[in-house]
Ligand binder design. Sequence first.
Ligand code: ZN
Ligand code: ZN
Ligand code: FE
Length: 763
Amino acid sequence: MNHTTRIRIRGIVQGVGFRPFVYRTAIKHDLTGYVLNCGRGVEIMVTGSDSEIERFLSGLQTKNPPLSKIYSIKTTRIPGKDFREFTIKTSKKHSGVGSSISPPDTGICDDCLQELFDPTNRRYLYPFTVCTNCGPRYTTVSDLPYDRENTTMIDFPLCGACNIEYRSPEDRRYHAQPTCCPACGPKMLLYDRKQELIEEGNDAIRAAAAHLDRGAIVAVKGDGGIHIAATATDDAALTTLRERLGRSGQPFAVMTEDMDAAKEFAVVMPIEEGLLSDCRTPIVLLEKSENYDLSEQISPFLHNIGVMLPYSPIHHLLFHYGTESAYVMTSANLPGLPMAISTKEAFSEMNGIVDYYLLHNRRIANRTDDSVVRVVGNSPSFIRRSRGYVPEPIELPFAVAPTIGVGAELQSAVTIADGRHAYISQYIGNTEKIETLKYHNEVVRHLEKLTGITPARYACDLHPLFNTTKYAEDVASGSDLPLVRVQHHHAHLASLMADNRLPPDARIIGIALDGVGYGTDGMVWGGEVMEADYHSFVRHASLKSQPMPGGDLAAYYPSRMVLGMLYGVLDERELHNLDLWFRYGEDERTVVLKQLERGANISHTTSMGRVLDAVSALLGICYHRSYEGEPTMKLESDARLGSDVNAPIIPVVVSGDVLDTSQILSGVYELMGRGRYSRADLAYAAEDALARGVADAALRAAAKTGIDVVGLSGGVAYNDHIVRRIRQVVEDSGCVFITHKRVPCGDGGVSLGQAVVAGIAGV
Ligand code: ZN
Ligand code: ZN
Ligand code: FE
């Protein structure tokens, strides 16, 4: 006896080969009916025997395509329906009520790669070769449902041969939205410095590779944006690039031809090898090996280097035509501005910076920077969660009201959450800049459209002057919706809790360590121990409030921080004799000491970032921050050469609710005076003391409250040494230690915390 069952599946099931998979599975089990994409997922109708439908359902869940993800399956028995055959129906019109999302971009799959280099294949050396299992997705989508007419591929009508593949359920390219071929698809274009077209098609890639190998700087358009490429061994080319870009020391990422090429200059641990070869192809921060032979200009004075493997066929072809096995591939953007994605932007922003432009005529619908991952304490930690991961949602441990979290200021991303799903956007950047703010606002609108979620509330940072705060105030009041202001470090910790799927009533002792966050007292916080839940927090302890002579200037010139932290600890003669560097020489030191004496032009901070900066300057490692995090990253590079065996122990003083960081810095100063310790050991000792200090403060709060889960968030949580030490102290005490898993611990994760705090209050 046959029955008909309607099956509704929610998840990442559109654009990942799910419908042909359903089709094949249905045919195998002798079922009739149909499958179609509908708003939030796919709808399937099947007629057949109960046992075959049962087996069909289990096949759907166990053999689903690699990129698909099933969140829920709902089955309903439908009386009196019958079908003659099984068909794949065209999509229901986008309901607008809420939709399934498009999948993230992935790198080219093995089947397509094989075709790319098969001389007998009609896509031989074709730079836009894709199939249902691979290629750009999110970066091409302008609307839902995920069908070709809602992607940038609408510009390229399918030719006869492609159309046959596209319509054959048995074909790997069945309904592969970005599919195309040399006859019907996009093509490469090479422009010279004068922005005149000089080559087309594969000749363009061949010529670009030759120019790169000769030391030229070339803009290369890929899937989610434009890179600036240069050879990775040519100091002169990279020095020129740094000058033209106005980026003096900020590290560049490198793309290598394959895994072996990466292993020639970097240490690749198995977990890192897994990340590098994953279809999401992030940039992975690797330790430089002893055989490191690339240019020192790539990541000057750092022990690590960002590496990724080719993901677009365009990249594979560059290596195919070129002679080098590694190219610098850094996002094509001016400092602080979004990456260029169109020919127009490339021509206006990269003019005078690049020598050639290797572009193509496939539009990019969503600008998406490369993701950056680093292994910290043996697990992957997102520095930037972007291409390859976005817009895949983070599953929440409870339902929230439809909420948009607009993020903080630097490293920003936005989150739109509804029910049990939170969609964190791609990396946006520094919203202090008006161009980036504009991009931020575009991302909010676009994410609303692509998720079909209509927000019922907004969440922003507590900082009244952030551009994102002002934006949230505008949109919330314009639509008469509530706006929830979430303290920065509370947002970090709520994000951490949601990332770890803690239940709605969970409470943790959270350690939030970063550069800047606006406190409830109007001060700059950044080294906090809090008792936190999803609704509120109690600040139990913090780093000592330290003066920042000249305000923000002290963040750029950490010698100022050193004087501030040691003022009143060392005597005047010692303060004058400290080996530091000031932009305006010794006169500046005198001015700073005067400011400290009078208490004039000084702000205060409890930031861990500023303390690490000060250690970096005191040890002579870094006196000027030319990019975000530079002094602390360089300190970390030095400290990793230090060790438990040789490094001295700096005692830690926690009095009441304050960790005395002046005392730790003066401890470093005193040890320097003894002349017995290397700079590496002193760097190690300082990081260690700070880690032990905050861990102690957290354990005191744990003992006082009876809470036995201690968590760590904030940008300092990328420091492997500090994380390991805090974890060890916490776990030795018998408490549970948690840190981030799927969400960045830096400000890229703040919008999730905002959305969760505001969203849980709205249900
Ligand atoms: Zn493929
Ligand atoms: Zn074609
Ligand atoms: Fe932060």
